[in-house]
Design a protein around this ligand. Structure first.
Ligand SMILES: [Fe+2]
Length: 391
C-alpha cells in the first residue's frame, strides 16, 4: 500500500572511491569556498589519516585554516561551541569533518553558529529552525554505521545541564560525503561489527517503520543486502577493501533511508541502555534488533518477511509468518557470527546492564523520541518482556 503522502529530499552529493579522501579537491570547486577548518579526533590523527587529506587539499590550492581534534566520545555542546569559535576566528568559510558519528555531529551542530554568528548553538535545537543554508560542510566518515554524513539530524550532549540536544533541519545535510574504504580499514573488529549493526538497525527499522516509503524501502533493502554480504568479511579481514567499501555504502544508504522514515523501538531501547549504562550504540542495537522485530512481529510480519531475501534467506514455499521468522533468525545468526568474529556481546547481561534496572529502562524507552515511529505502540509492560528476553 502506498503512503497517502511522502517526500524525498536528498541534496548531499555522495562520492565513493578508494583513496578519494586525498583526491576530492576538484569536487569543492562548485562550493566557491577556498578556506576550510578541519574537525576530527586524536584517534584519527594518530592513525595518520589526516595528513594526506590536508596535503591533497593544499596541493589543489585550498587552505586549511586550523583544526579541532578534541571531540569527546559523545559529541558535547562545549566542543561544538569551541569548534564554531575556533573555525570563525581562523577565517574559514567551510568545515570538513573526518571521523565517526560524534565528530560529524559536532561539525553539523557547530555549523549553526559558525554560519549564523553568536554562540548560542542551543537556540537551534529542535526541528526546522533555519531559514537559509549553512556554510559548506564536507564529511569523510571513518566508520560505517551512523550514516550521519547523509542525515538531517545531529545530537549533542549538554554535559553541564545533563541534557541531550537534538537538531533536525534540512540545512544540516552535508554538501558532500566522501566515502573512501581506506578510511575505515583501521577500524578494529569489534567496532566494525557494532557500527555495522547500527547501520543494519537503521535499514531494518526504516523498512518496517510507519513512515517508510517506496524510496526509503529501496535504499533500506539494498543496505540490508550489502550488510549481510559484507559485515562478517569486514569484521574478520579489516584489509578487505571491497567489504569495507560495501559497508560504507550500506551505512550511507541506511542513513538516507532512516533520515526519511525514522527508526523505532530498537533505537528507543538502545538509547536508554546507552544513557543509563554507557552501552555503545551499535552493540545495544545489535543485541536488541531481533527482540525489537519480535515486539513488532504481529504488526508487520509481511514486511519482515520481505526483508528475508535481502538477508540471503530462501523463503520459497513458506507462509508469511514462517518467512518472517526466518528473517528474525537470520539476524540472530548474524549476531552469533559477529560474536565469534568481533567478540561483540549478544546478551544485555554481558554489557553491564543490571537486571533490576529493566523496568525503569522499559519506562524510559516509551518516552524516547523514536518510539512514536514504531509500527506497534511502545508500551512499558510489553517492551519489558522483550528487554528481559534480551537480558
Ligand atoms: Fe543508530
Amino acid at each position: 500500500m502506498l503512503p497517502e503522502f511522502y517526500q524525498f529530499y536528498h541534496p548531499t552529493k555522495m562520492i565513493f572511491g578508494e583513496g578519494l579522501s586525498c583526491d576530492f579537491a576538484h569536487e569543492l570547486e562548485e562550493l566557491n569556498v577556498k578556506n576550510y577548518f578541519l574537525i576530527s579526533d586524536h584517534v584519527i590523527q594518530d592513525l595518520g589519516l589526516l595528513n594526506d587529506i590536508r596535503h591533497g587539499l593544499q596541493q589543489e590550492g585550498f587552505t586549511i585554516t586550523g583544526q579541532f581534534l578534541d571531540v569527546p566520545q559523545d559529541a558535547s555542546l562545549a566542543a561544538v561551541k569551541e569548534v564554531s569559535r575556533q573555525a570563525s576566528e581562523s577565517g574559514a568559510q567551510g568545515l570538513i569533518a573526518i571521523g565517526g558519528g560524534s565528530v560529524i555531529d559536532t561539525a553539523k551542530a557547530a555549523n549553526f553558529t559558525f554560519s549564523e554568528g553568536g554562540d548560542l548553538v542551543e537556540d537551534y535545537s529542535g526541528a526546522g529552525t533555519l531559514t537559509r543554508p549553512l556554510k559548506p560542510l564536507i564529511v569523510i566518515p571513518t566508520t560505517a554505521g551512523t550514516g550521519s554524513e547523509c542525515t538531517n539530524v545531529a545530537v549533542v550532549y549538554d554535559v553541564e545541564n545533563k541534557a541531550k540536544l537534538a537538531f533536525a533541519d534540512r540545512f544540516l545535510l552535508p554538501d558532500i560525503a566522501v566515502l573512501d574504504p581506506l578510511m575505515t580499514r583501521s577500524l578494529p573488529p569489534g567496532l566494525t561489527a557494532s557500527t555495522g549493526m547500527d547501520a543494519l538497525t537503521h535499514a531494518v527499522e526504516s523498512y518496517i517503520g510507519i513512515d517508510s516509503s517506496p524510496h526509503s524501502d529501496a535504499l533500506a533493502g539494498a543496505a540490508v543486502k550489502l550488510i549481510f554480504n559484507n559485515i562478517v568479511r569486514a569484521t574478520e579481514s579489516g584489509d578487505d577493501l571491497e567489504a569495507r567499501g560495501a559497508m560504507l555504502i550500506a551505512a550511507n544508504l541506511a542513513g538516507t533511508a532512516f533520515s526519511h522514515s525514522m527508526v523505532g523501538c530498537v533505537h528507543s531501547m538502545a538509547h536508554v541502555v546507552g544513557a543509563a549504562f554507557r552501552v555503545p550504540h551499535g552493540i545495544a542495537n545489535a543485541i536488541l534488533l531481533p527482540h525489537g522485530l519480535e515486539y513488532n512481529f504481529e504488526e508487520c510480519m509481511d514486511k519482515i518477511a520481505l526483508l528475508a531475501p535481502f538477508m540471503g534467506v530462501d523463503i520459497s514455499g513458506l507462509s508469511v509468518d514462517k518467512a518472517a521468522e526466518k528473517a528474525v533468525e537470520a539476524v540472530r545468526d548474524l549476531n552469533k557470527s559477529l560474536n565469534r568474529a568481533g567478540n561483540i556481546p549478544i546478551r544485555l547481561r554481558d554489557t553491564g546492564v543490571t537486571k533490576d534496572s529493566l523496568t525503569a529502562l522499559a519506562e524510559a524507552a516509551v518516552e524516547d523520541g523514536t518510539s512514536i515511529y514504531n509500527p506497534r505502540e511502545v508500551v512499558a509492560e510489553e517492551i519489558l518482556v522483550h528487554l528481559k528476553n534480551a537480558y
